[in-house]
Design a protein around this ligand. Structure first.
Ligand code: 3PY
Ligand code: MG
Length: 257
């Protein structure tokens, strides 16, 4: 039960990933050869449903890419299903309140931290593989430690309560959603506005203060470089489908001009 993002965080190294929207196991496998550390299977803003997401988790895992899943609801079922499928971590959008963060911990972490339900599943090698070594209690402790729970800071409520949310035991870090955050701040898409810059810097500071993973989303490699320089532990750069389209647009521009 290795988690490359967690291992790098602990070693003080940065990690880089991207979202997948392409609905393609081959595309996910190909991403593993690029040097990326992880892929986020996006169930919020794509039509990827649970069965397909679980297959992509297995593909990414087998290819050496840490499989994260962005779930589409703060509910027991999607959280449990994707953890049982073997997600290295969950990214949870739209969180507003401290109570929602507490609920998430309850769904995603085994006792004594939370109340995650158990059934032999892919995550624990169906009770047979190395990850189950030491039995159920040992597996539960390892799963709690190695499975990252990352709420998104992208609402006014989350920003307001970020100190309390970030400090909760079981919350492993914060994933900033800059687009929704900018909408919540009343400045859609204006990442250069001081209010956005200050909000992002504040969330980063709070993560550092509590020793939690700080993750930023952005749309370009240059922006990713800037966020690493600012101190983010991890950056999720764009979506596979957007990078593909950008690359072909550049090909067309070069070839036809
Ligand atoms: C946002 O920018 O709102 C995101 O959720 C990025 O993934
Ligand atoms: Mg968002």
């Amino acid at each position: 039960m290795h988690n490359r993002v967690l291992e790098k965080f602990r070693a003080g190294e940065k990690s880089l990933g991207t979202f997948t929207h392409l609905l393609s196991a081959n595309a996910v496998e190909a991403l593993a050869y690029t040097g990326l550390d992880y892929v986020v299977i996006d169930m919020e803003h794509s039509i990827i449903a649970a069965e397909h997401a679980a297959e992509l988790v297995s593909t990414a895992d087998g290819a050496g890419l840490a499989p994260f899943v962005r779930v589409d609801a703060i509910q027991r079922s999607p959280v449990l299903k994707m953890l049982d499928a073997g997600a290295a971590g969950l990214i949870v959008p739209g969180l507003e309140t401290v109570d929602e963060a507490r609920k998430l911990v309850e769904f995603a972490k085994f006792a004594p931290l939370g109340n995650r339900g158990y059934c032999p599943s892919r995550d624990g090698g169906w009770g047979m593989a190395d990850c189950y070594e030491g039995g159920l209690t040992a597996y539960m402790a390892r799963a709690n430690e190695n499975t990252l729970l990352l709420p998104q800071c992208e609402t006014a409520g989350c920003l307001e309560h970020i100190e309390e949310i970030c400090a909760l035991e079981g919350i492993d870090g914060i994933f900033i959603g800059p687009f929704d955050l900018s909408i919540a701040l009343g400045i859609p898409g204006d990442f250069a506005d001081e209010r956005h810059i200050n909000a992002v810097a504040h969330v980063l500071d709070v993560c550092k203060k509590h020793g939690k993973l700080a993750v930023m989303f952005c749309g370009t490699a240059e922006a990713a470089k800037g966020y690493f320089a600012q101190g983010f532990d991890s950056v999720t750069m764009s979506l596979d489908i957007a990078v593909l389209a950008d690359a072909f647009r550049a090909v067309v521009n070069t070839a036809l001009n």
